[in-house]
Ligand binder design. Structure first.
Ligand SMILES: [Zn+2]
Length: 308
């Protein structure tokens, strides 16, 4: 069932940890925010020009994580797992105060963020959520990577396929319905890399904070982490988690069926841009492929769901 009202945290909550790529420790404070504010990052280590709105238009890099930047070049890296946690717990409005450049990676998934948020709980606000309904299929392809969204008025559905030459990862596919499935296996799934890529990534100045405590490392035919995998499809499940975070940067709760093959942060961001640019263009022609849900429609849908 879709909740139609916006939510924020009941009270503030703090956590800290190392950034996966920067290797820097940051302290984070999540604060309740007024309705219609959205997700706002505030770099508290900087005195001014330190506000960055979590928005697809502010994505400045998608190299191994999603980075957002304001017009004064102030950045926050690796926002996607925290934003996915906001989506999954139901947070629409929040201020994220952070005293460094990167969101802590924690255990490599959204599990700890979700547990921290659930401990303080959420409160309902008066404004309604912004939903985006897809009326006609929209595709985006880049080489062997592709993503599409088709109409589904009731929920967000994600069908994801991942293909790796590596034997352990191989071909994995999973399908989830975000508003009704138990998503523990999605938000518990950790980021991953191949052992053979570790040096290459470090040469790019990335993964300075990476360790077996916050990433799955696969070496040829085995997972190096002594505890193994958390679930059978942990690799594709983590890609679904990334996609949830990247889609929520649209500023909407999108309703539709997403099919993604070999995706990644760059594809996700380009896709959100395409969805929203088509919206603008087509609105001018008074013909909508996608539109914001109105209140009446949502309530009708909820009734149908209850009667079914
Ligand atoms: Zn990720």
């Amino acid at each position: 069932m879709i909740n139609i009202y916006q939510k924020t945290l009941c009270k503030e909550v703090n956590f800290e940890g190392v950034g996966l790529h920067s290797g820097k420790i940051s302290k984070v404070r999540l604060l309740p925010a007024e309705e219609d504010k959205g997700i706002i990052f505030k770099r508290t280590d900087l005195k001014e020009k330190n506000i960055i709105k979590a928005c697809y238009k502010n994505v400045s890099s998608t190299n191994l994580c999603t980075t957002i930047r304001n017009q004064n070049n102030t950045e926050v890296q690796t926002v996607e797992h925290l934003i996915a946690a906001f989506y999954l717990t139901g947070i629409d409005n929040v201020i994220v105060e952070i005293d460094n450049v990167e969101v802590p990676i924690m255990d490599g998934s959204s599990k700890e963020f979700i547990s921290i948020i659930n401990k303080v709980g959420l409160k309902k606000q008066n404004s309604q959520r912004k939903f985006l309904k897809i009326n006609e299929k929209i595709n985006y392809t880049s080489g062997e990577k592709s993503i599409s969204i088709s109409p589904n008025d009731k929920c967000l559905e994600i069908n994801y396929e991942l293909n790796y030459d590596n034997k352990v990862i191989g071909k994995q596919r999973n399908e989830v319905i975000l508003d009704s499935d138990n998503l523990e296996h999605i938000y518990n799934s950790r980021t991953f890399c191949l052992y053979e890529d570790v040096e290459k990534i470090k040469k790019q100045g990335l993964a300075k904070g990476g360790s077996l405590d916050n990433a799955i490392v696969v070496d040829k035919d085995k997972v190096i982490n002594s505890e193994g995998l958390r679930n059978e499809k942990e690799f594709v499940n983590h890609k679904i988690l990334d996609l949830i975070g990247d889609l929520f940067l649209s500023g909407y709760r999108i309703l539709g069926k997403v099919v993604c093959v070999q995706g990644g942060h760059q594809l996700n961001n380009n896709f959100v841009k395409k969805i929203l640019s088509e919206n603008n263009q087509i609105n001018k022609k008074d013909y909508t492929k996608i539109k914001e849900f109105n209140k009446k429609y949502i309530i009708q849908n909820r009734k149908l769901a209850i009667n079914a």
